[in-house]
Design a protein around this ligand. Structure first.
Ligand code: ZN
Length: 393
Protein backbone atom coordinates (compact mmCIF):
# COMPACT_ATOMS: atom_id res chain seq x y z
CA UNK A 1 0.00 0.00 0.00
CA UNK A 2 1.39 3.40 -1.01
CA UNK A 3 2.03 5.86 1.80
CA UNK A 4 0.87 9.38 0.99
CA UNK A 5 1.05 12.88 2.36
CA UNK A 6 -2.07 14.87 1.49
CA UNK A 7 -0.64 18.38 1.64
CA UNK A 8 -1.86 21.94 1.33
CA UNK A 9 -5.46 21.40 2.52
CA UNK A 10 -7.61 23.36 4.99
CA UNK A 11 -9.73 22.12 7.89
CA UNK A 12 -13.33 22.94 8.80
CA UNK A 13 -12.23 26.30 10.21
CA UNK A 14 -10.19 27.17 7.12
CA UNK A 15 -6.86 26.54 8.89
CA UNK A 16 -3.92 24.76 7.17
CA UNK A 17 -4.15 20.97 7.30
CA UNK A 18 -1.92 18.13 6.15
CA UNK A 19 -2.57 14.43 6.52
CA UNK A 20 0.02 11.68 6.44
CA UNK A 21 -1.39 8.26 5.55
CA UNK A 22 0.53 5.06 6.26
CA UNK A 23 -0.99 1.63 5.54
CA UNK A 24 -4.41 3.19 4.95
CA UNK A 25 -4.53 4.99 8.31
CA UNK A 26 -3.80 8.52 9.45
CA UNK A 27 -0.30 8.51 10.92
CA UNK A 28 -0.13 12.23 11.58
CA UNK A 29 -2.43 15.21 11.07
CA UNK A 30 -1.52 18.86 11.59
CA UNK A 31 -0.96 22.26 9.99
CA UNK A 32 2.42 21.11 8.62
CA UNK A 33 3.49 17.48 8.46
CA UNK A 34 6.91 16.23 7.34
CA UNK A 35 6.96 13.03 5.36
CA UNK A 36 9.82 10.58 4.98
CA UNK A 37 11.54 10.25 1.64
CA UNK A 38 9.63 8.13 -0.85
CA UNK A 39 6.20 9.10 0.45
CA UNK A 40 3.98 10.28 -2.40
CA UNK A 41 2.81 13.87 -1.93
CA UNK A 42 -0.68 14.80 -3.12
CA UNK A 43 -1.23 18.57 -3.38
CA UNK A 44 -4.84 19.36 -2.41
CA UNK A 45 -4.44 22.97 -3.62
CA UNK A 46 -6.08 24.66 -0.65
CA UNK A 47 -9.21 22.53 -0.67
CA UNK A 48 -11.27 21.58 2.36
CA UNK A 49 -10.92 18.13 3.94
CA UNK A 50 -13.91 16.72 5.83
CA UNK A 51 -14.62 13.33 7.37
CA UNK A 52 -17.03 11.26 5.23
CA UNK A 53 -20.70 12.17 5.37
CA UNK A 54 -23.10 10.03 7.38
CA UNK A 55 -26.71 9.79 6.24
CA UNK A 56 -28.64 9.22 9.45
CA UNK A 57 -31.96 8.41 7.79
CA UNK A 58 -32.56 7.01 4.33
CA UNK A 59 -35.00 4.50 2.78
CA UNK A 60 -32.99 2.32 0.38
CA UNK A 61 -35.98 0.09 -0.48
CA UNK A 62 -38.32 2.92 -1.48
CA UNK A 63 -36.26 5.10 -3.83
CA UNK A 64 -36.69 5.03 -7.60
CA UNK A 65 -33.07 6.15 -8.16
CA UNK A 66 -31.74 3.75 -10.79
CA UNK A 67 -35.25 3.23 -12.18
CA UNK A 68 -37.33 5.39 -14.55
CA UNK A 69 -38.75 8.69 -13.25
CA UNK A 70 -42.00 8.09 -11.38
CA UNK A 71 -44.12 11.30 -11.39
CA UNK A 72 -45.50 12.15 -7.96
CA UNK A 73 -49.13 11.14 -7.49
CA UNK A 74 -51.77 12.74 -5.32
CA UNK A 75 -53.03 10.77 -2.31
CA UNK A 76 -55.78 12.00 0.01
CA UNK A 77 -54.75 9.89 3.00
CA UNK A 78 -51.90 7.83 4.38
CA UNK A 79 -53.65 4.62 3.33
CA UNK A 80 -53.91 5.96 -0.23
CA UNK A 81 -50.23 6.96 -0.17
CA UNK A 82 -49.28 3.42 0.88
CA UNK A 83 -51.42 2.00 -1.96
CA UNK A 84 -49.74 4.33 -4.49
CA UNK A 85 -46.34 3.25 -3.18
CA UNK A 86 -47.15 -0.47 -3.47
CA UNK A 87 -48.38 0.02 -7.05
CA UNK A 88 -45.37 2.06 -8.18
CA UNK A 89 -42.86 -0.28 -6.54
CA UNK A 90 -44.52 -3.28 -8.21
CA UNK A 91 -43.58 -1.85 -11.63
CA UNK A 92 -40.07 -0.73 -10.60
CA UNK A 93 -36.74 -2.54 -10.72
CA UNK A 94 -36.11 -5.02 -7.89
CA UNK A 95 -35.27 -3.43 -4.52
CA UNK A 96 -31.69 -4.77 -4.52
CA UNK A 97 -30.94 -3.00 -7.83
CA UNK A 98 -32.50 0.29 -6.78
CA UNK A 99 -30.69 0.18 -3.43
CA UNK A 100 -27.43 -0.44 -5.27
CA UNK A 101 -27.99 2.60 -7.52
CA UNK A 102 -28.78 4.87 -4.58
CA UNK A 103 -25.80 3.70 -2.52
CA UNK A 104 -23.54 4.30 -5.53
CA UNK A 105 -24.91 7.82 -5.97
CA UNK A 106 -24.61 8.66 -2.25
CA UNK A 107 -21.06 7.30 -2.23
CA UNK A 108 -20.12 9.54 -5.16
CA UNK A 109 -21.05 12.57 -3.01
CA UNK A 110 -18.84 11.39 -0.15
CA UNK A 111 -21.27 9.46 2.07
CA UNK A 112 -19.46 6.63 3.86
CA UNK A 113 -22.17 5.43 6.23
CA UNK A 114 -25.94 5.38 6.44
CA UNK A 115 -28.86 4.23 8.56
CA UNK A 116 -31.49 2.81 6.22
CA UNK A 117 -35.03 2.14 7.27
CA UNK A 118 -36.47 -0.85 5.41
CA UNK A 119 -40.18 -1.72 5.34
CA UNK A 120 -40.89 -4.80 7.42
CA UNK A 121 -44.48 -5.79 8.12
CA UNK A 122 -46.90 -8.68 7.94
CA UNK A 123 -47.58 -8.09 4.21
CA UNK A 124 -44.04 -7.68 2.77
CA UNK A 125 -42.46 -9.82 5.47
CA UNK A 126 -38.67 -9.74 5.22
CA UNK A 127 -38.47 -9.49 1.40
CA UNK A 128 -37.23 -5.89 1.32
CA UNK A 129 -34.86 -6.55 4.18
CA UNK A 130 -33.32 -9.51 2.40
CA UNK A 131 -32.91 -7.46 -0.79
CA UNK A 132 -31.22 -4.57 1.00
CA UNK A 133 -29.03 -6.94 3.03
CA UNK A 134 -27.82 -8.51 -0.20
CA UNK A 135 -26.85 -5.06 -1.50
CA UNK A 136 -25.29 -4.11 1.83
CA UNK A 137 -23.03 -7.14 1.57
CA UNK A 138 -21.85 -6.04 -1.87
CA UNK A 139 -20.92 -2.61 -0.49
CA UNK A 140 -19.50 -3.70 2.83
CA UNK A 141 -15.95 -2.44 2.14
CA UNK A 142 -17.14 1.00 1.13
CA UNK A 143 -20.43 1.84 2.84
CA UNK A 144 -21.19 1.18 6.48
CA UNK A 145 -24.96 0.48 6.51
CA UNK A 146 -27.08 0.11 9.62
CA UNK A 147 -30.57 -1.28 9.01
CA UNK A 148 -33.83 -0.37 10.74
CA UNK A 149 -36.78 -2.76 10.57
CA UNK A 150 -39.45 -0.18 9.80
CA UNK A 151 -43.18 -0.92 10.35
CA UNK A 152 -44.48 1.52 7.72
CA UNK A 153 -48.08 0.31 8.11
CA UNK A 154 -48.08 0.33 11.93
CA UNK A 155 -47.45 -2.41 14.48
CA UNK A 156 -50.69 -3.08 16.36
CA UNK A 157 -52.87 -2.11 13.36
CA UNK A 158 -51.05 -4.59 11.12
CA UNK A 159 -51.22 -7.88 13.05
CA UNK A 160 -48.17 -10.09 12.74
CA UNK A 161 -45.81 -7.12 12.27
CA UNK A 162 -44.23 -7.36 15.74
CA UNK A 163 -43.17 -10.95 14.98
CA UNK A 164 -41.67 -9.80 11.65
CA UNK A 165 -39.76 -6.99 13.37
CA UNK A 166 -38.36 -9.49 15.84
CA UNK A 167 -37.35 -11.82 13.00
CA UNK A 168 -35.70 -8.90 11.16
CA UNK A 169 -33.49 -8.14 14.16
CA UNK A 170 -32.67 -11.83 14.54
CA UNK A 171 -31.56 -11.84 10.88
CA UNK A 172 -29.22 -8.89 11.20
CA UNK A 173 -31.09 -5.57 11.27
CA UNK A 174 -29.60 -3.50 14.10
CA UNK A 175 -32.47 -1.15 14.89
CA UNK A 176 -36.17 -1.65 15.69
CA UNK A 177 -38.34 0.97 14.00
CA UNK A 178 -41.65 2.43 15.05
CA UNK A 179 -44.19 4.89 13.70
CA UNK A 180 -46.73 7.30 15.21
CA UNK A 181 -47.87 4.98 18.04
CA UNK A 182 -51.07 6.93 18.70
CA UNK A 183 -52.22 8.13 15.28
CA UNK A 184 -51.16 4.97 13.44
CA UNK A 185 -52.03 2.30 15.99
CA UNK A 186 -54.39 4.12 18.41
CA UNK A 187 -52.44 2.19 21.03
CA UNK A 188 -49.30 4.04 22.07
CA UNK A 189 -48.44 1.75 24.96
CA UNK A 190 -49.07 -1.33 22.81
CA UNK A 191 -46.67 -0.27 20.05
CA UNK A 192 -44.03 0.98 22.50
CA UNK A 193 -44.32 -2.26 24.54
CA UNK A 194 -43.73 -4.24 21.36
CA UNK A 195 -40.74 -2.34 19.98
CA UNK A 196 -38.98 -1.65 23.29
CA UNK A 197 -39.59 -5.30 24.19
CA UNK A 198 -37.85 -6.52 21.02
CA UNK A 199 -34.98 -4.04 21.44
CA UNK A 200 -34.48 -5.08 25.06
CA UNK A 201 -34.60 -8.80 24.26
CA UNK A 202 -32.20 -8.58 21.31
CA UNK A 203 -29.97 -5.70 22.45
CA UNK A 204 -31.06 -3.67 19.43
CA UNK A 205 -31.36 0.08 19.04
CA UNK A 206 -34.61 1.98 18.37
CA UNK A 207 -35.53 4.67 15.81
CA UNK A 208 -39.16 5.85 15.72
CA UNK A 209 -40.77 7.92 12.95
CA UNK A 210 -42.86 10.49 14.81
CA UNK A 211 -45.05 12.84 12.79
CA UNK A 212 -47.69 13.30 15.49
CA UNK A 213 -48.68 16.92 16.01
CA UNK A 214 -48.41 19.34 18.92
CA UNK A 215 -49.17 18.12 22.40
CA UNK A 216 -49.84 14.56 21.20
CA UNK A 217 -46.32 14.38 19.80
CA UNK A 218 -44.82 15.90 22.95
CA UNK A 219 -46.58 13.29 25.12
CA UNK A 220 -45.19 10.57 22.88
CA UNK A 221 -41.67 11.96 23.30
CA UNK A 222 -42.09 11.92 27.09
CA UNK A 223 -43.21 8.26 26.91
CA UNK A 224 -40.24 7.37 24.74
CA UNK A 225 -37.80 9.18 27.05
CA UNK A 226 -39.25 7.44 30.11
CA UNK A 227 -38.97 3.99 28.53
CA UNK A 228 -35.43 4.72 27.33
CA UNK A 229 -34.40 5.66 30.88
CA UNK A 230 -36.17 2.66 32.39
CA UNK A 231 -34.34 0.21 30.11
CA UNK A 232 -30.98 1.97 30.39
CA UNK A 233 -30.88 2.59 26.63
CA UNK A 234 -29.07 5.95 26.83
CA UNK A 235 -27.70 6.86 23.39
CA UNK A 236 -29.44 3.93 21.68
CA UNK A 237 -32.83 5.48 20.93
CA UNK A 238 -33.61 8.05 18.23
CA UNK A 239 -36.79 9.78 17.15
CA UNK A 240 -37.00 10.82 13.52
CA UNK A 241 -38.82 14.02 12.50
CA UNK A 242 -40.46 14.82 15.86
CA UNK A 243 -42.38 17.65 14.17
CA UNK A 244 -44.11 18.44 17.47
CA UNK A 245 -40.88 19.95 18.82
CA UNK A 246 -41.27 22.71 16.26
CA UNK A 247 -44.98 23.20 16.87
CA UNK A 248 -45.38 23.77 20.60
CA UNK A 249 -44.60 26.78 22.80
CA UNK A 250 -40.93 27.19 23.79
CA UNK A 251 -41.46 26.20 27.43
CA UNK A 252 -43.14 22.91 26.46
CA UNK A 253 -40.27 22.31 24.02
CA UNK A 254 -37.68 23.01 26.74
CA UNK A 255 -39.33 20.62 29.20
CA UNK A 256 -39.35 17.70 26.79
CA UNK A 257 -35.85 18.61 25.52
CA UNK A 258 -34.55 18.24 29.09
CA UNK A 259 -36.21 14.81 29.32
CA UNK A 260 -34.75 13.71 25.97
CA UNK A 261 -31.26 14.90 26.94
CA UNK A 262 -31.38 13.11 30.29
CA UNK A 263 -32.60 9.88 28.70
CA UNK A 264 -30.10 10.10 25.83
CA UNK A 265 -32.70 10.14 23.05
CA UNK A 266 -31.39 11.65 19.78
CA UNK A 267 -33.49 13.60 17.29
CA UNK A 268 -33.22 13.32 13.50
CA UNK A 269 -34.51 16.06 11.25
CA UNK A 270 -34.17 16.43 7.48
CA UNK A 271 -35.68 19.94 7.55
CA UNK A 272 -38.72 18.72 5.62
CA UNK A 273 -40.50 20.74 2.92
CA UNK A 274 -42.93 23.25 4.37
CA UNK A 275 -43.54 21.40 7.63
CA UNK A 276 -42.66 22.63 11.13
CA UNK A 277 -39.57 20.81 12.43
CA UNK A 278 -37.41 20.75 15.58
CA UNK A 279 -35.44 23.85 16.64
CA UNK A 280 -31.93 22.49 16.17
CA UNK A 281 -29.87 24.99 18.17
CA UNK A 282 -32.25 25.08 21.12
CA UNK A 283 -32.25 21.28 21.33
CA UNK A 284 -28.46 21.16 21.19
CA UNK A 285 -28.21 23.79 23.90
CA UNK A 286 -30.43 21.55 26.05
CA UNK A 287 -27.96 18.69 25.49
CA UNK A 288 -29.92 16.70 22.89
CA UNK A 289 -27.96 15.08 20.07
CA UNK A 290 -29.49 16.22 16.77
CA UNK A 291 -28.52 14.60 13.49
CA UNK A 292 -29.72 14.63 9.92
CA UNK A 293 -30.38 12.39 6.94
CA UNK A 294 -32.00 12.58 3.53
CA UNK A 295 -35.05 10.45 4.34
CA UNK A 296 -37.11 9.87 1.17
CA UNK A 297 -35.23 10.33 -2.12
CA UNK A 298 -37.21 10.28 -5.36
CA UNK A 299 -39.85 7.86 -4.20
CA UNK A 300 -43.65 7.58 -3.92
CA UNK A 301 -43.60 10.06 -0.99
CA UNK A 302 -41.84 12.97 -2.64
CA UNK A 303 -39.83 13.65 -5.79
CA UNK A 304 -36.89 15.51 -4.22
CA UNK A 305 -33.34 14.56 -3.34
CA UNK A 306 -30.20 13.05 -4.78
CA UNK A 307 -28.49 11.49 -1.75
CA UNK A 308 -26.00 14.32 -1.17
CA UNK A 309 -25.54 14.99 2.56
CA UNK A 310 -23.84 18.33 1.96
CA UNK A 311 -26.94 19.50 0.14
CA UNK A 312 -29.03 18.14 3.02
CA UNK A 313 -26.89 20.10 5.51
CA UNK A 314 -27.54 23.19 3.39
CA UNK A 315 -31.31 22.57 3.57
CA UNK A 316 -31.12 22.15 7.35
CA UNK A 317 -29.22 25.45 7.59
CA UNK A 318 -31.51 27.18 5.11
CA UNK A 319 -34.72 26.22 6.90
CA UNK A 320 -33.22 26.81 10.35
CA UNK A 321 -32.13 30.35 9.45
CA UNK A 322 -28.43 29.56 9.97
CA UNK A 323 -26.26 32.45 8.74
CA UNK A 324 -23.15 32.60 10.92
CA UNK A 325 -20.19 30.28 10.36
CA UNK A 326 -20.80 28.78 13.79
CA UNK A 327 -24.42 27.89 12.94
CA UNK A 328 -23.50 26.55 9.49
CA UNK A 329 -20.92 24.29 11.14
CA UNK A 330 -23.74 22.86 13.29
CA UNK A 331 -25.52 21.73 10.12
CA UNK A 332 -22.27 20.10 8.98
CA UNK A 333 -21.84 18.39 12.34
CA UNK A 334 -25.35 16.92 12.00
CA UNK A 335 -24.29 15.28 8.72
CA UNK A 336 -20.94 14.04 10.05
CA UNK A 337 -19.95 13.60 13.71
CA UNK A 338 -23.41 13.61 15.32
CA UNK A 339 -24.81 11.12 12.80
CA UNK A 340 -21.70 8.95 13.17
CA UNK A 341 -22.21 8.92 16.95
CA UNK A 342 -25.84 7.81 16.55
CA UNK A 343 -24.75 4.98 14.26
CA UNK A 344 -22.01 4.07 16.73
CA UNK A 345 -19.17 4.30 14.21
CA UNK A 346 -15.94 4.31 16.17
CA UNK A 347 -13.26 4.35 13.45
CA UNK A 348 -14.36 7.75 12.17
CA UNK A 349 -12.97 11.25 11.85
CA UNK A 350 -9.75 13.08 11.06
CA UNK A 351 -7.62 11.68 13.87
CA UNK A 352 -4.27 9.89 13.98
CA UNK A 353 -4.85 6.14 14.12
CA UNK A 354 -8.20 6.24 12.34
CA UNK A 355 -8.88 4.87 8.87
CA UNK A 356 -7.75 7.43 6.28
CA UNK A 357 -11.25 8.15 4.99
CA UNK A 358 -12.15 11.69 3.93
CA UNK A 359 -13.82 13.93 1.40
CA UNK A 360 -12.06 16.78 -0.38
CA UNK A 361 -14.42 19.67 -1.15
CA UNK A 362 -13.77 22.75 -3.25
CA UNK A 363 -14.55 25.24 -0.47
CA UNK A 364 -12.44 27.45 1.83
CA UNK A 365 -13.98 26.07 5.07
CA UNK A 366 -16.88 24.04 6.49
CA UNK A 367 -19.35 26.93 6.72
CA UNK A 368 -18.80 27.82 3.06
CA UNK A 369 -19.20 24.16 2.09
CA UNK A 370 -22.64 24.03 3.76
CA UNK A 371 -23.77 27.36 2.33
CA UNK A 372 -22.77 26.49 -1.25
CA UNK A 373 -22.77 22.64 -1.40
CA UNK A 374 -20.16 22.58 -4.18
CA UNK A 375 -20.29 19.63 -6.55
CA UNK A 376 -16.56 19.21 -7.07
CA UNK A 377 -15.35 16.54 -4.63
CA UNK A 378 -12.74 13.84 -4.30
CA UNK A 379 -13.42 10.80 -2.17
CA UNK A 380 -10.56 9.07 -0.37
CA UNK A 381 -10.98 5.71 1.34
CA UNK A 382 -8.09 4.11 3.23
CA UNK A 383 -5.83 6.72 1.63
CA UNK A 384 -6.82 5.78 -1.92
CA UNK A 385 -8.94 7.72 -4.42
CA UNK A 386 -12.39 6.12 -4.47
CA UNK A 387 -12.85 5.28 -8.14
CA UNK A 388 -10.63 2.22 -7.92
CA UNK A 389 -12.55 0.88 -4.96
CA UNK A 390 -16.19 0.81 -5.98
CA UNK A 391 -17.92 -2.52 -6.62
CA UNK A 392 -18.61 -3.22 -10.30
CA UNK A 393 -21.88 -1.98 -11.83
ZN1 ZN B 1 -38.29 8.06 6.98
Amino acid sequence: MTDRLFANAVDVNGQPLELLVIDGRFAEIGPKVRAAEGVEVVDLRGRLVLPGFVDGHIHLDKSFVGDRWHPHQFAASLRERLAVEKRELASALPAAERADALIRQAASFGTFAMRSHVDVDATVGLDNLHAVMETREKWRDFMDIELVAFPQAGVMSCPGTAEQLDAAIAEGAEVVGGIDPTSMDADAEGQLDAIFGIADKRSAKIDIHLHEPGQQGIEQLHRIAARTRALGMHGRVAVSHAYALGEVAPDAMDTVAAALAEAGVSIMTNAPGTHAFPPVLRLREAGVRVFTGNDNIQDAWWPYGNGDMLQRAMLVGYRSGFYTDEALRVALDMATDSAAAVLGISDYGLKAGNAADFVVVNAPNGAAAVATAPGERSIVRRGVLWKGLLPKE
